[in-house]
Design a protein around this ligand. Structure first.
Ligand SMILES: [Zn+2]
Length: 337
């Protein structure tokens, strides 16, 4: 009996659909709550190759909803992509799983998506989603948007050139900090499972050639009030530059030197020089300044005024500061310029 026998028994997938899954490459961008659930669903379903990309590390406040991680991952300050890869390989050793510790920006997105058959949105911000939208439209790669906060969430499968894209549906990118986030109003785990479940179902349809079964538009749900809806969205917008003019503004903009991570008093600073840091030497130097945690991927310093995490590629996340200037001064003080 095949490990996929129950999935093959499901008529719309069958043996032929299972073969298509085995031949597919899926990229999950962002491995927080949605990304964890999506990556696990794809690996259990038996896709051939799965890439998980995430820029952050596991913290104890993630464990309430980010199902791939455990206490040890937080205690050891493991990057989410690294912890996820190890866990996913345990779940299904037949799948070629690759975890990549990186920020998805306009410079890196196309390379990370590469020859993917499908991209799944596990991010928590619109800066990244609009880049993913343009990169997927340009490369004709279907992708499935998903988002949740508090007890409500939304999901939408996007087929380039066929169905409305994120820009068609939401207009131009909302300003950073203009919406609710998990860090300001919280999130309950069940909405994550509902939204990721719908995204994963759309993914299975796309990967097995069941496009006709895709939802006709935007799925929205609230698990607290018990509201579940699908808003019909059949037409692409004639004004949408990405769809109508093939103008991919978000995929071609220069990545900013810093990004305020939504709602969480944290700023990401991109690598300045592009040269790899000597993490061990940095950790040794920082020990006088506060509590230091070090592993092969990063160094974390808990200093009195902020927490600083420096990754091997020179990228840094500074927590406890609200603006980029403060973050840069913390970085300069401890790491140098
Ligand atoms: Zn569009």
């Amino acid at each position: 009996m095949s490990r996929y026998s129950r999935q093959e028994l499901f008529a719309p997938i069958g043996r032929a659909g299972q073969e298509r899954l085995r031949g597919a490459r899926v990229v999950v961008i962002g491995c927080g709550a949605l990304g964890s659930a999506l990556a696990e669903a794809m690996v259990r379903a038996g896709v051939g190759r799965l890439t998980v990309v995430d820029r952050d590390l596991v913290e104890s406040s993630n464990l309430q909803r980010q199902s791939l991680f455990a206490e040890e991952d937080a205690a050891r300050a493991r990057p989410k992509a690294v912890a996820a890869e190890a866990r996913l390989r345990n779940v299904n050793s037949d799948v070629e799983v690759q975890g990549i510790v990186a920020d998805v920006d306009a410079a890196t997105a196309a390379g990370l998506v590469g020859d993917a058959d499908l991209v799944l949105d596990g991010t928590d911000n619109f800066e990244t989603r609009y880049i993913v939208n343009d990169v997927c439209l340009r490369g004709a790669v279907p992708w499935v948007y998903g988002a949740c906060v508090a007890a409500h969430g939304t999901a939408l499968a996007i087929r380039p050139g066929k169905t409305p894209c994120l820009r068609c549906v939401l207009g131009e990118r909302p300003a950073a900090g203009s919406g609710e986030t998990c860090d300001t109003v919280g999130v309950v785990a069940p909405i994550v499972q509902v939204v990721a479940g719908v995204q994963a179902a759309e993914a299975l349809k796309l990967l097995t050639g069941n496009d006709a079964a895709l939802l006709p538009g935007l799925f929205t749900a609230d698990v607290w009030t018990g509201t579940f809806q699908v808003m019909d969205l059949s037409e692409r917008e004639p004004w949408c530059p990405s769809c109508a003019q093939r103008r991919y503004d978000y995929a071609t903009a220069d990545p900013p030197a810093s990004s305020v991570l939504c709602g969480r008093e944290a700023v990401q600073l991109r690598a300045g020089s592009g040269t790899a840091l000597d993490l061990r030497a940095l950790a040794a130097r920082l020990r006088a300044a506060g509590e230091v945690m070090e592993n092969e991927h990063l160094v974390r310093l808990r200093a009195p005024e902020a927490e600083l995490v420096v990754f091997a590629d020179g990228r840094a996340i500074v927590r406890g500061v609200a603006d980029a200037a403060r973050a840069r001064s913390v970085y300069a003080r401890y790491v140098g310029v």
